[in-house]
Design a protein around this ligand. Structure first.
Ligand code: ZN
Length: 143
């Protein structure tokens, strides 16, 4: 399965094999920086997020989270599991609301975790609070 990953250094979009990334850390084809991609999920900044949701490649699911948030951390494996199962249908990204507060403000994140799905750059749905994997997959399938 391939996904698109935005480089955190130069903001270029890179096509990355999800399976191959388990053994070889993917690097940016343009600037050779290591891509912030782990187990099917990429970390994005505000600028990176704007870029990836406008890529038009497929819907983008974004997990707005923070290090101090317990439910966010317990949801992380669920998000990764979904990314590995459904990575051919969606792009999975996470945004640290503590490190990127302006982005959290722009998207009016009030509680975390908050999940937002974008299609062609436009928010189509959002859901606050963690959920178990079957419910999360159902949520994604309803889009
Ligand atoms: Zn780069």
């Amino acid at each position: 399965m391939n996904t698109l990953v935005v480089c955190s250094q130069c903001e270029k979009l890179n096509r990355v094999s999800i399976e191959k990334a388990d053994s070889v850390r993917p690097v940016c084809g343009s600037c050779k920086a290591e891509l912030p991609f782990h187990r099917g999920v990429q970390e994005v900044s505000g600028a990176g997020l704007s870029k990836i949701i406008r890529s038009g490649d497929r819907p983008v699911v974004v997990d707005f989270w923070a290090e101090w948030c317990g439910p966010c951390k317990s949801f992380a494996p669920t998000f990764q599991a979904a990314a590995r199962e459904m990575g051919d249908r969606y792009i999975f990204a996470k945004l640290d609301t503590e490190a990127h507060q302006l982005a959290a403000q722009t998207f009016q994140i009030r509680g975390i975790p908050t999940l937002i799905v974008f299609k062609n750059g436009i928010e189509v749905t959002r859901q606050s609070g963690a959920m178990p994997l079957p419910m999360f997959k159902q949520f994604l399938s309803s889009i």
